[in-house]
Design a protein around this ligand. Sequence first.
Ligand SMILES: [Zn+2]
Length: 144
Amino acid sequence: MNNRNFFQRLMLLGMFFAGAAVLVWLFTHGLPYFCPIRWIFGMECPACGMTRAVNALFHLHFLQAYQYHLLVFVVIIYTGLLSVFWLIGKERWMHTKWLWIVFITLFIIWWVVKAAAFFHGAYPSFYESRAIIPRLVRFIGQFL
Ligand SMILES: [Zn+2]
């Protein structure tokens, strides 16, 4: 890869991270955002809390970031690695299957842990009773 390509990619990467930072800031400072999975099915998705966790990292509140979403550090490491791969022209490494299998598996495990905590009464905010499906279930339940 020549220098021109490298600096083009560096600029694009900078724009990507600046855009992502602006979105995180907006969503955590008043711009309404609702997780569609949470507000349809009534339960958190595997990524719920990630925006708040990244925002906490912006403020160097590492413990709070961990509390919002444990995997925020994994996301940061992956994003850093993939950025470097892409920057040095090794996009091939981004398509390494096991990298994504590990990544997705970690999110699924974390989601199962949160669900288990909910069913043991330790994590009540996992469930959203005002979501569409729980409301429908209650509505239909009235007639049974
Ligand atoms: Zn979610």
